[in-house]
Design a protein around this ligand. Structure first.
Ligand code: UDP
Length: 470
């Protein structure tokens, strides 16, 4: 079986008064039509990067809406993740292609993941290129399959795109952050544009009093006597951490006590991050005003929250970007942002909103200086940025868009309904024999593939027995 990621519980009602009411009302309405449906979200890592960030909040909320949603991650050896990072880079336009052996590594691991995907669902949502090939080995069964691509695939490396493209036949829909990201000759007819969103109630984004935020930063060794700029990103060449350092050094000629924080996470599916981390360490080791942190040295969500909140300016100097959740995260905290004019970033920061878009190290340095020199303007930009995030980039809107798409895909009642309920494990959805482990409830016998499923059912049977509405 593919590994399941546990996510705990969340309440959609907690978002009242935070996200727009109209969005919440629509979301409840659409979710009602999918009540009892089974969705699986499959990606490559349970932590590190925007996709896991999204799923950690989205999955428990969808469950709270009465939909049965699991989050599963694929597995693979080091060689597989080296190859998938190469594919990721190539889809964003990197020149390096794949050798025949690398293609074979992708294919072999994908086939094995497809074999390990045993349960049945009404909807399968596959995130990014790493698990994208599973459909072609697994087959659709009775489910609708959607490929959710989070990266900028507007101008992919043609050879690598040709390779991946071959695995995308059969998807019922493909989802991109922006229309411009749609790659050439996509073999999927139904294309949906859905930008991601942040969870305003997560420890990373929730309200945090200034005094508490200061204490948190002091605890990890940051004394906030003077100005601070921060970039929070995976250690990835497309996020241009060395460009950030170069821009910071230009700014420091005018603001000598300026501190820089570079906080980066190591993702399970990103072997490239270690090399970049070492490079940054070498570049900054003699500079006591530059602070380097990672998730592996204890900088988690609450610390990121404090950095984004207490920085005078947040930088996101991406050269290529899918969406850049970190931009919305900073804007939500009322902090102005200087960011690369790439991918989904301008969507979050149109002209006059949130901060300034830049194309080079020099522009980045100048924009940071401008914001320091004109704090009133910086505040106005940040205020407008926060409003924009509230209107467009909070989680309930994302869930509403995604569920509306799934509902449209299920033009008819989910086909699992034609299988007699009694022959299907109500927890994992797998077909089961009459002789399987059973449990009697209200004169009805339910069958399970394992003791684990039976226990889950007996603790909370109503979760699995809601009837699917049409
Ligand atoms: N992140 C984090 N700690 C770090 C670096 C990044 O928690 O040290 C989080 C960040 O707050 C954001 C996500 O990782 O929620 C990165 O998402 P984004 O869309 O900005 O970029 P991606 O990594 O998906 O390219």
């Amino acid at each position: 079986m593919l590994q399941t990621v546990d996510t705990g519980k969340r309440s959609i009602q907690a978002y009242r008064g935070v996200a727009p009411d109209a969005v919440l009302d629509d979301l409840l309405h659409v979710a009602e039509s999918l009540r009892g449906s089974r969705i699986v979200q499959i990606n490559a890592t349970p932590y590190g990067g925007g996709v896991s960030e999204l799923l950690r909040s989205a999955v428990p909320l969808l469950n709270d809406l009465g939909i049965i949603v699991d989050w599963k991650v694929i597995s693979g050896d080091n060689a597989f993740f080296e190859v998938t990072k190469k594919i990721h880079n190539a889809l964003q336009g990197a020149k390096t292609g794949l050798t025949e052996e690398e293609k074979a590594i992708y294919t072999r691991n994908t086939e094995s993941n497809a074999r390990n995907f045993e349960e049945n669902y009404d909807f399968v949502v596959i995130h990014d290129p790493q698990p994208a090939g599973m459909l072609s080995f697994h087959g659709k069964g009775s489910a609708r399959w959607a490929w959710r691509c989070h990266i900028d695939t507007a101008k992919p490396n043609p050879e690598v795109w040709e390779f991946l493209r071959g695995f995308l036949n059969g998807y019922d829909a493909a989802i991109f952050t922006m229309r411009e990201f749609t790659p050439p000759d996509l073999p999927v007819e139904n294309i949906e544009i859905i930008p991601p969103a942040i969870d305003p109630l997560s420890p990373k984004n929730m309200a945090l009093a200034d005094g508490m935020a200061r204490q948190i930063l002091a605890w990890i060794g940051i004394e906030l006597g003077g100005p601070l700029v921060t970039q929070v990103s995976r250690f990835d060449p497309w996020k241009d951490p060395l460009g950030v350092i170069a821009a910071y050094r230009l700014v420091r000629r005018e603001i000598p006590n300026l501190q820089l924080v570079l906080a980066g996470s190591m993702a399970l599916d990103d072997p490239e991050c270690w090399g970049i981390y070492r490079e940054i360490m070498k570049e900054t080791e003699d500079d006591p005003l530059i602070h380097l942190f990672t998730n592996l040295t204890g900088v988690g969500n609450i610390e990121i929250n404090a950095f984004q909140r207490l920085s005078d300016v947040v930088v996101q100097k991406s050269i290529r970007e899918g969406f850049g959740l970190v931009v919305s995260e900073a804007l939500w905290k009322g902090t102005p942002v200087v960011a690369g004019n790439a991918g989904g970033i301008p969507l979050q920061m149109p002209e006059g909103v949130g901060g300034m878009l830049v194309e080079s190290v020099e522009e980045c340095a100048q924009a940071i200086l401008d914001l320091f020199h004109d704090p009133k303007r910086a505040e106005e930009l940040a205020t407008r940025g926060k409003e924009r995030v509230r209107d467009y980039f909070l989680l309930p809107r994302l869930l509403l868009n995604e569920l509306s798409l799934l509902l449209a895909l299920a033009k008819e009642p989910p086909s699992l309904a034609v299988v007699p309920e009694i022959r299907r494990d109500p927890v994992c959805g797998m077909a089961v024999e009459e002789s399987a482990i059973s449990l009697k409830r209200n004169d009805k016998i339910y069958l399970f593939c394992s003791e684990q499923c039976r226990t889950r059912f007996s603790i909370q049977p109503e979760r699995y027995l809601v009837s699917r509405s049409q």
